[in-house]
Design a protein around this ligand. Structure first.
Ligand SMILES: C[S@@+](CC[C@H](N)C(=O)[O-])C[C@H]1O[C@@H](n2cnc3c(N)ncnc32)[C@H](O)[C@@H]1O
Length: 260
């Protein structure tokens, strides 16, 4: 009798958790569907600050860790900014995002790429060991079930394949302040974004079957800045980036894992 009661309690609890998770995912979809048409401006993807970060920091890392002729899956690809960069040297590339409207925008500038609307935590549309590289930009931090997502990423990677995660840094005080004043998505997802620290990710990557090949915290320049503002802040970026104790609070982290 007791074990039947315990079974039902677990069932009820897991149904409740599923409901909370579904609501959360629906809120992400709604937020990004609503802003898809203006995302590139609102989140600064089309602005100089983003190009600056890409050229100074992200491109050299992508070139280093993403081999030419790789088969690539980009998770949370959004409007396809980074898909456009990744596809240049890819043998094959596929993008997945949970927001159908973000995918619609991504398709417009990447008609040569296969895009799928779906959940990166599950990756149901992909076979085991299909890709050499899974890459995510500013997306993994949103996932409430980071370990589940990493298991799925591990499943679709070939042995020795790379997960390249460039993301918001949960330790950066700027995101905390934005969450307090309710800017953009921060007020809703800061509790997940704050899990995105190198220390936390090292342990979940390891648990999901990845060896860590690279970690770094970098970049103090927000995407949504124009050229003059970036040029003004660039010296501050250099100073902060060279102070080891301060550097770990930078805006972005990069973590690269290799499937064991
Ligand atoms: C901040 S945007 C980043 C978009 C793009 N990677 C970029 O850097 O421009 C976060 C993206 O993650 C997507 N996303 C959030 N949770 C997701 C999930 N569970 N599965 C797939 N995509 C997800 C959102 O729909 C959104 O497009």
């Amino acid at each position: 009798m007791e074990h039947i009661k315990a079974y039902y309690l677990v069932e009820i609890r897991s149904k409740k958790i599923k409901k909370i998770m579904n609501n959360l995912k629906n809120a992400v979809i709604k937020y990004y569907d609503d802003i898809a048409g203006i995302y590139n401006i609102k989140h600064g993807v089309d602005l100089y600050g983003c190009e600056w970060g890409i050229n100074k920091y992200y491109l050299p890392l992508i070139q280093h860790f993403v081999n030419k002729n790789s088969e690539i899956l980009e998770i949370g690809c959004g409007t396809g900014k980074y898909t456009g960069i990744l596809k240049k040297n890819a043998k094959r590339i596929c993008g997945i995002d949970i927001s159908p409207k973000m995918i619609d925008v991504a398709k417009k500038s990447n008609s040569d790429v296969r895009f799928i609307v779906g959940d990166s935590e599950k990756l149901l549309d992909f076979k085991n060991e299909e890709f050499d590289v899974v890459a995510g930009f500013n997306t993994f931090s949103y996932y409430p079930n980071k370990l589940d997502a990493l298991h799925s990423i591990n499943r679709v990677l070939k042995r020795g394949g790379i997960f390249f995660d460039l993301d918001m840094n949960g330790l950066c005080p700027i995101y905390y302040i934005l969450s307090l004043i309710g800017i953009n998505e921060m007020k809703n997802w800061y509790r997940y974004i704050k899990e995105s620290t190198i220390k936390n990710l090292l342990s979940v990557f390891n648990e999901a079957g990845f060896d860590i090949v690279y970690t770094n915290a970098l970049n103090w320049i927000p995407n949504a800045l124009n050229r003059n503002a970036v040029l003004m802040l660039a010296p501050m970026n250099s100073i902060l980036s060279n102070l080891p104790l301060i550097r770990k609070f930078a805006m972005r982290i990069v973590i690269v894992g290799r499937k064991r």
